[in-house]
Ligand binder design. Sequence first.
Ligand SMILES: Cc1cc2nc3c(=O)[nH]c(=O)nc-3n(C[C@H](O)[C@H](O)[C@H](O)COP(=O)(O)OP(=O)(O)OC[C@H]3O[C@@H](n4cnc5c(N)ncnc54)[C@H](O)[C@@H]3O)c2cc1C
Length: 442
Amino acid sequence: MGQQRRTSTDTPSPHYRLLGIGAGPANLSLAALLHEEPTIPHLFLDKKQHFTWHDEQLLAGATLQVSIFKDLVSLSNPTNRFSFLSYLHAHGRMYHFLNAQFSEVPRAEFRNYLQWAADTNEDVVFGEEVKEVDFDGMFRVRTNRRTLSAENIAIGVGTVPKVPDFVEPHLGPDHFHVSQYLRHCDQLAGRKVAVVGGGQSGAEAFLDLVNRRGPAAPEQVAWVSRRRNYFPIDDSTFTNEFFMPHYSDYFFRLPAPVREQVSTSHLLASDGISESTLKAIYQKLYHLQFIDENRRGFGLFPNRTVLGVDGANGRGWELMIGHNDEPDQTQSLTVDAVVWATGFRSAPKGFLAPLRGRWETENGEFKVDEDFAAVWDGPPDRSIFVQNAVRGQRGLPDVNLSLNAWRAQRIVDRLHGRAGMESAVSFVDWSAKAGSDSPWSM
Ligand SMILES: Cc1cc2nc3c(=O)[nH]c(=O)nc-3n(C[C@H](O)[C@H](O)[C@H](O)COP(=O)(O)OP(=O)(O)OC[C@H]3O[C@@H](n4cnc5c(N)ncnc54)[C@H](O)[C@@H]3O)c2cc1C
């Protein structure tokens, strides 16, 4: 296939074997693997005018939290032309990348790689929003420009920012979600600021604010977290076995309450803060307090939940805070602005309204089969694949980059009607069931 970018108006055929809705890393992975499958006509649509990847959180020093091998394709097909290695090669920077010896790859470089993969794949179209999907034996996909038909669809619409309900009415320059950080952060200069949220995004915002000097610096910065402390991501060897296909399949077969319990107890395997970020923060605080300025200018408030905000007195915002171990104690912080690093939730899929009620759910998620196809009342050869939307059934890796390439390969194999490659068996014998892969079983 050629390198020419395809626009929505010159697409030769409005019928596809697979239509992808969204072109973030999840569906880009599928698009990359399908690029080498000429027997499966496909197209991916994204509503954004051009590719971005959490661009308003691309702060200086931000790094990828996973291995660079977890690119769009390598863990399924290392020879695919959309690998990170191909990107480096295409841009003449293989040696430089090696010489740079990054212990963690800059997030901006991974973002640029993703953009290259989107821009050089002519089956990915931007500026086209899917408005409605109906089904009459074929999926009829209505966009802001046209109606297309497809035998299968792959939904990869990602996540949207999440803030507590009591914050919603105040959203704007004084209260903004961390996903809009770069849009608003310059207005924090000289003000008292709270960052709420103890994950990687909150840590990066706090670090950026305490790093600011001179007129750009806030007057004071507080960091509030519900977690008992500022905890690191667990990136150790055996924990990473949770991010292998073999474990994912084991997890999928567990009863729902057990899955929920497992994800809760291992949350830090995916949602903790990079050690390098924590160290940079701690060292900066040491400088601030003992070396540079001999003043604190910061406040650390872990193990607390923000219960409400009040701006009624017209002199800033009061944050009402509960202490998790001392429930009879409440604190209040007076600030001028708050950065809400309170996470993301699955993006709404209103475009599926005509099909509502036709698929099964589990705890509010699409119930899926082992190939990430929604269990629905349509014909078996017409599938609604869902990516990054079934964390309850597939666990923590479903929402991050780790199993993107493997999950997309499962979908490709299903479209071919073939059994996929056996996934590498874990070192750990996860299951006690007879017939598990263990050589210790009789
Ligand atoms: C700041 C940040 C850093 C992260 N870093 C890492 C990391 O280092 N490692 C890791 O494993 N994970 C990381 N993650 C988690 C995860 O990998 C990313 O959130 C990733 O972007 C998820 O990919 P996705 O394709 O599912 O969704 P998204 O990237 O959100 O993409 C969804 C796409 O769907 C499009 N869309 C939505 N609705 C429609 C519609 N109706 N029609 C057409 N298009 C539509 C959107 O425009 C969007 O482009 C990070 C997350 C954040 C927020």
